[in-house]
Design a binder for this molecule. Structure first.
Ligand code: ADP
Ligand code: MG
Length: 699
């Protein structure tokens, strides 16, 4: 039987489309029936949820429907565009304060509209700037008389210019789903899965998503498509894993690491249980012949570096080299100093390679790395330059991995022959999301902080409280403690920021803190200047470090107990969390002050509130995701993540877990998807995820 998952059918021959519209659709990326049927509504209006206009209650969020009875411009203190709608039971006014000419053009008396917004009261009920959808004239009978659920499709400029709106999409889809020849989509889920999850069959699900018969059926269709979104991805992860595991090209680090034991026995503190567990997981992976691909998640200050050091010692004691790549020079330098010190008694060769390593040193280091000798090298992007070669790279560790692109991470691992890979991140993400974003990696989590950490009190203050804040900071400084004062970095203009931070520094050192030493650090300083400043701060020769976000990662000064963040509203949540992680590192109580102007946006307010409520990086990351959307955070397109039609890994985690469980189960029972009952699935994946499936290399 012919199936319609392909390019077979020329869209222009579908009723309601024609050659012109087909062209517009193709401009939007809809070229085939398959593309079109997977273009889903963005929302639905259901008659049963519509509030009658005589039953409105102030402050309620509502969707209403009515016919436009009047429309025009009123001049109050400023111009207002208004419409009055009626549904036969009552009247309601909606107003807009801007884009007046535009609204004048689009709203026509006699047409039906649906409006959504909060009911307010101003000489009668009103909606101010409601969301609106124009319903045209004919369809409304349909909605009212048959109780249909009306789908609304995503608009785009391309569509608007061509006059393609939801109304037209509804007509087109109505024709498609009436046509049995078109509505023939092969079922690729095996029967067992269909009954396990009680799915609508595929064709029926498409029917219901575009033209729902009831809320219940719509929910079922939505469920199936969300599940599908996750399933494809998890299936590929499962296949990738099965494939990787069966390719024993990596290194087995079987020797016990004598240096690791010595380090462990001489630590100045006790490792947390979480650290021990994670080291064990890594050690196990490293023993295997297949290359380790592990993500280590742990909140700021949870002690990931030590774990990385231990992994590197394992590589070393097996005769290999290990590299640690970090995103900034200052962090590389700090790691280098700390690690060298820690490993001094163990007789390990530790080197530093950054952009500012002098040519002579660099050349010597390159020669040494080319030799086949155990060696730990710590560095920045400088490590992945073409001219750097490793004689025997066994382990590549990438710290703060979110700061690197996929390609950069790959390049480091290509410096060896299938070395083990450990990527570390202090931007923890919830498990389900990790499964989506890093599904082919194994994940270790340090979910416990060292016990000596004091909690940090975080407060939000407006700019008019500056004097009080300075007074508070002075008191701490007099007691011998230190402070960070952070200015935001605006990406468009590094110069301006610098100006803000430099002027801030100037003002602070002359006025509220004239009795103290104030140092300035910013991204444009040379590495040795930064290091010099940092050293002075470490020695408490500088009492206040004014900086842009360059101190964001890694820096460790236990005596710094205060962080004042200027214009905190300009920072992202995870940035704020990272910054705050610089304090609370010692015995003394720490304070983080988030300072903002009085008037800041809604989302900024929420971010700042979250910071004052919790210190748990996992919770913060999750809330951040909810505020920002996960696609935004991970740059869905550029990271090669599929663009989900409906699924959202944050809100739909139960479905994600189900899809993952089922996908891994199938691959376990049939790693090449060769069984008859999996043939459909295999074909479907080969067809629609060709590139990725080729990488996995099954057919
Ligand atoms: P992060 O996970 O943010 O990279 P680090 O590895 O930089 O954290 O560790 C932060 C600080 O905590 C370092 O000074 C480190 O020496 C110290 N540390 C690590 N593990 C422990 C522990 N188990 N107990 C006490 N301090 C620890
Ligand atoms: Mg770290």
């Amino acid at each position: 039987m012919a199936q319609n998952d392909s390019t077979d059918f020329d869209l222009q021959y579908i009723k309601g489309i024609g050659p012109k519209r087909a062209l517009v659709l193709s401009e939007y990326g809809i070229n085939t029936l398959y593309d079109l049927i997977n273009f889903f509504p963005r929302k639905y209006v259901d008659r049963s949820n519509i509030v009658d206009l005589n039953a409105l209650i102030p402050e309620q969020e509502v969707t209403v429907i009515g016919k436009i009875e009047a429309a025009g411009v009123r001049r109050m203190r400023r111009q207002i565009f208004y419409i009055v709608i009626s549904d036969g039971k009552g009247l309601l006014e909606a107003v807009w304060f801007n884009s007046i000419n535009y609204f004048k053009k689009i709203f026509k008396i006699g047409e039906w509209v649906s409006l959504s917004g909060k009911v307010s009261y101003y000489r009668g009920f009103q909606l101010v700037h409601p969301d609106y959808d124009r319903l045209g004239q004919g369809e409304i009978d349909n909605l009212f008389n048959t109780g249909k659920i009306l789908p609304f499709y995503p608009g785009s400029d391309v569509f608007k210019r061509a006059g393609i709106n939801s109304h037209i999409f509804r007509k087109v889809f109505y024709h498609i789903i009436q046509n049995d020849d078109l509505m023939r989509f092969s079922e690729f889920f095996p029967d067992l899965l269909l009954s396990k999850r009680n799915f609508l069959n595929r064709t029926e699900a498409y029917r219901q998503i575009h033209n729902p018969d009831s809320n219940d059926l719509l929910d079922k269709a939505v469920y199936r498509f969300k599940y599908e979104d996750f399933y494809y991805l998890q299936l590929m992860f499962a296949l990738q894993r099965a494939h990787l595991k069966s390719k024993p090209a990596g290194i087995s680090f079987i020797n016990k690491s004598e240096r690791l034991a010595r380090l462990y026995n001489n630590l100045p503190f006790k490792m947390t249980e979480a650290q021990k567990r994670v080291v064990k997981e890594i050690r196990n992976d490293m023993k295997q012949s297949s290359p380790m691909n592990r993500l280590l998640q742990g909140d700021v200050g949870s002690g990931k570096t030590l774990v990385a050091i231990m992994a590197m010692l394992i590589a070393l004691d097996n005769g290999y080299q290990a590299a640690l790549m970090v995103p900034t020079e200052i962090l590389a330098e700090q790691h280098f100093l700390n690690i060298s010190k820690l490993l001094q008694p163990l007789n390990v060769k530790v080197s530093l390679l950054t952009g500012s390593t002098k040519a002579k040193q660099r050349n010597q280091l390159k020669e040494e790395l080319n030799l086949n000798q155990p060696h730990i090298v710590i560095g920045t992007h400088a490590l992945i330059q073409d001219t750097v070669g490793f004689g025997k790279l066994g382990l590549a560790v990438i710290d703060e991995q979110h700061r690197f692109g996929v390609a950069q991470r790959g390049r480091l691992s290509e410096k060896g022959s299938n070395p083990d890979i450990l990527v570390m991140t202090a931007t923890p993400i919830p498990r389900t999301l990790a499964l989506t974003v890093y599904g082919s990696l194994d994940v270790s989590i340090i979910d416990e902080m060292p016990p000596d950490r004091k909690s940090i009190t975080t407060v939000w203050r407006f700019d008019n409280k500056a004097d009080k804040i300075y007074e508070f900071i002075r008191e701490r400084l007099k007691a011998g403690q230190q402070a960070y004062i952070v200015y935001p970095l605006v990406e468009e203009s590094e110069k301006l920021d610098l100006k803000a931070a430099a002027e801030g520094c100037e003002f602070l050192s002359k006025n509220p803190f004239k009795d103290f030493r104030v140092g300035l650090m910013h991204g444009r300083m040379k590495a040795d200047e930064k290091e010099e400043t940092m050293k002075l701060f470490v020695k408490n020769k500088i009492h206040i470090l004014v900086s842009t976000t360059v101190i964001e990662v890694g820096v460790d000064v236990a005596n710094a107990t205060i962080m004042l963040i200027e214009h905190a509203e300009r920072f992202g949540l995870s940035q704020l969390h990272q910054l705050r992680g610089r304090i609370g590192r010692g015995e003394k109580k720490s304070y983080c002050i988030l300072k903002t102007p009085y008037n800041i946006g809604d989302i900024s307010q929420q971010r700042i509130k979250i910071m004052t409520e919790t210190q748990d990086g996992f919770i913060i990351a999750e809330k951040d995701l909810k505020l920002r959307g996960w696609g935004d955070l991970f740059g869905v397109k550029q990271s090669g993540m599929p663009d989900f039609r409906l699924a959202n890994p944050i809100f739909d985690r139960t479905i994600l877990e189900q899809a993952r469980e089922d996908a891994f189960e199938i691959v376990q029972s049939d790693p090449l998807l060769r069984k008859a009952e999996h043939q459909g699935l295999n074909n479907y994946m080969q067809k629609h995820f060709k590139e990725r499936m080729n990488l996995i290399n099954i057919s």
